[in-house]
Design a protein around this ligand. Structure first.
Ligand code: NAP
Length: 317
């Protein structure tokens, strides 16, 4: 299939200390392909909507929909000549599902060189590309040897298989440990941050992003849907999020600004000086287009703090 693409331009920013760039919001491919038929019926139209709405950073992981999200994306790249050159592709490795490759294998993290290199090759094959733009460790492996990771990354970079590297869900101290072993900079830190999850504002993660020039990529920027129109699937920790008060405050700001609650929640992230890039996870073309409007909305300091106060469990000191 070749589709006439007329992408709308979204503002872009450089990613970390690299020559790569990203649209102000990224698009996340986690929910696209729970089954093969959903990949074609829901995932493909969602991706086309994201491309046309001007998203230029696409986030994957080897485990998303057991590899089907990457395979779907690979088919789209084949069907749309010229798309690859216009976008930035990020993927991740390091989480290994239970039962793979042996029936009794536990759910675990794996930052061994063997797993990093093997998983990267699998992602390249499914995506059908020569080089991954940003390769991220999905979660910090408790058994990670920084020098071993550095050697694996170096090998992938020297072989032209990866341009730049990043991490996800690392504590600031874990970023520092890995950074010390690497001969080149990390460029992204992918974290859960939203008005439903404020931790990175308080634990030094965003401060470190500012100091180290790591671009923060925000996963679940709508709390998995809790700050939008509801959720299909939450991660276990998200089940406990209490968002009633913040949703009331979001609705009030949305009325002031004449936009949707979701756009206000995303604009709240864009306001932070670290240059947070929210990763939009909707599979609905209407919502994907709506979210792309967010860079046109600028919250005032008062609006930002009103939402922050509503989201916090206690009053600001
Ligand atoms: P999200 O944007 O917080 O949640 C998306 C979910 O919210 C979808 O199920 C969507 O349903 C629903 N939703 C309800 N109202 C919405 C609205 N008005 N606008 C948009 N969506 C609305 O993000 P997420 O999907 O949880 O995560 C986004 C991306 O982050 C993932 O695709 C993945 O790339 C990345 N991620 C990374 C990690 C990590 O550990 N690094 C973990 C989780 C996710 P519809 O599809 O029906 O719109």
């Amino acid at each position: 299939m070749s589709s006439p693409l007329h992408p709308v331009a979204m503002p872009t920013n450089p990613i970390g200390p690299s020559s790569l760039s990203s649209s102000r919001l990224a698009y996340g491919c986690w929910r696209l392909a729970e089954t093969e038929s959903r990949a074609e019926e829901v995932g493909r139209p969602a991706l086309i909507a994201a491309v046309e709405a001007g998203y230029t950073l696409f986030d994957h992981a080897d485990i998303y929909c057991a590899g089907r999200s990457e395979s779907l994306f690979g088919r789209l790249l084949r069907d749309m000549p010229g798309l690859r050159e216009r976008i930035t592709i990020a993927t991740k490795c390091g989480i290994r599902p239970a039962g793979m490759p042996n029936a009794d294998a536990p759910y675990r993290y794996d930052a061994s060189a063997e797993h990093i290199v093997g998983s990267c090759e699998g992602s390249l094959r499914r995506l059908g590309i020569e080089t991954i733009d940003i390769y991220q460790l999905h979660r910090p492996d408790y058994l990670m040897h920084p020098e071993e990771v550095a050697a694996a990354f170096d090998r992938l970079r020297s072989a032209g298989k990866v341009r730049e590297f990043g991490v996800s869900n690392f504590r600031p101290s874990q970023v520092s440990v890995l950074k010390k072993a690497l001969p080149f900079p990390l460029i992204v830190q992918q974290i859960e941050i939203s008005l439903a999850c404020l931790t990175p504002l308080e634990d030094g993660t965003l401060d470190q992003c500012l100091v180290e020039r790591l671009t923060p990529l925000a996963w679940s920027p709508l709390g998995g849907g809790l700050l939008g129109g509801g959720s299909h699937k939450l991660l276990p920790a998200q089940e406990a999020y209490e968002v009633e008060a913040v949703n009331i405050a979001l609705d009030a700001t949305a009325r002031e600004l004449g936009c949707s609650r979701a756009v206000v929640a995303l604009a709240w992230l864009l306001k932070h000086p670290a240059g947070i890039v929210p990763i939009v996870g909707s599979t609905d073309p209407v919502r994907i287009r709506e979210a792309a409007w967010t860079p046109n909305v600028e919250l005032t300091r008062d609006q930002w703090y009103r939402l922050f106060a509503a989201a916090r469990p206690s009053r600001l000191p």
